[in-house]
Write a protein that binds this ligand. Structure first.
Ligand code: UDP
Ligand code: MG
Length: 340
């Protein structure tokens, strides 16, 4: 039977908290009293997370999982969860309990009031370094200014979306994914619900600085051409500056003597400065070019090693590009997901 709520949870080395996560979700959903499914996506965990998922799936039919062939990254794991979800509403939530499952009923309330996307806004964040808080604050505000779609500030992926929105997302197969921007891009009626983001209850963040930067670049390049456009402004600025400097130096040389500004030091500094500018702009162009290359290769977004608990027919009916369902092993081809 088709569930009302599909809860999508990406899992990467979360063995210490997975059971607790399941307990809290299951408690909240049981209290809500409507049918639900929990889709956990194992993003190539190297700990015992998958064994715990197998266990949970065996003891509760609400629990289903998708097991990736390797680590494909958080945003791709969420994507797979959405691909496999069959509910009338799809809820994205982290498994580290930083997004309290107790907020789900509040999201659902707004959905029942007619909103197609209900995102959870972090009113407060505990247990995070000042550096992460400050950079995140700045990032969301800059992103808001430079993109054409308004991506709400201080909002992660914790959100509820109507099946209509999930359907559009299933057909957006871009490779460098920024889900929070993509759900804003879709449109429909959207609203936010404030919540207090908890500290991670166990383990460490899987988003070190390097991944945070690359994620931020996905957000910027995926939704704006601003970095390319400022190249035009910067080149105009430097051009005008060059003309002014040429005039000023000519005047100074005529009035103060031919050797004025004759030093090589100035030339060297300027050369380095301009080269650095140019390389920076090349780097920005490179970001966009690399993304074009990524798309033209046309590789699947992820590779699935195994799944559990899914109604194969429902998946087939979902009309998702089937090349994303490459499965490492099958048995009795009649049942294979990828059987066209
Ligand atoms: N995650 C994932 N794949 C990754 C990194 C993270 O599936 O490569 C999952 C992780 O298990 C968690 C969620 O994505 O459920 C958010 O990650 P994390 O809590 O480390 O990020 P933070 O909250 O620190 O930004
Ligand atoms: Mg977290």
């Amino acid at each position: 039977m088709k569930p009302i709520y599909s809860i999508v949870a990406p899992v990467y080395n979360e063995e210490g908290i997975l059971r607790e996560f399941y307990n809290r979700v299951s408690q909240v959903m049981t209290d809500m009293g409507e049918d639900w499914e929990l889709i956990m996506v194992n993003d190539g965990s190297r700990d015992s997370s998958i064994a715990i998922m197998e266990d949970l799936a065996a003891s509760d039919s609400h629990v289903k999982y998708v097991n990736f062939a390797r680590n494909f990254g958080h945003q791709t794991a969420v994507t797979a969860g959405i691909d496999y979800a069959t509910g009338d509403a799809v809820i994205l939530i982290d498994t580290d309990l930083q997004d309290p499952p107790e907020v789900i009923p509040k999201l659902a309330e707004q959905w029942k009031d007619g909103y197609e996307v209900v995102y959870a806004v972090r009113a407060k964040r505990s247990g995070e370094s000042w550096f992460k808080l400050a950079t995140a604050r700045l990032f969301y505000r800059v992103l808001y200014r430079i993109t054409e779609v308004s991506i709400p500030v201080d909002t992660g992926d914790f959100r509820l979306m109507d099946a209509k929105v999930a359907d559009v997302l299933r057909n957006m197969r871009e490779h460098n994914r920024f889900i929070r921007g993509m759900t804003s891009w879709v449109g429909f009626k959207q609203t936010g619900v404030e919540y207090e983001r908890a500290a991670r209850e166990w383990g460490e963040t899987k988003y070190p600085l390097r991944k945070m930067i690359s994620f931020a670049l996905d957000g910027v390049t995926g939704f704006s051409f601003f970095p390319l456009q400022i190249m035009g402004t910067a080149s105009a600025f430097l051009g005008v500056l060059a003309i002014i400097v040429a005039i000023v130096i000519s005047v100074l040389r005529v009035s103060l003597g031919a050797n004025f500004f004759g030093g090589q030091a100035t030339t060297i500094v300027l050369l380095l400065l301009l080269t650095s500018f140019q390389l920076f702009f090349l780097f920005i162009m490179g970001l966009y070019v690399a993304r074009i290359y990524d798309e033209t290769r046309g590789r699947p977004l992820y590779v699935v090693a195994s799944t559990s608990g899914f109604d194969k027919q429902a998946i087939r009916d979902a009309d998702v590009p089937p090349h994303d369902y490459i499965v490492a092993s099958t048995g009795g081809f009649g049942e294979a997901v990828n059987d066209e």
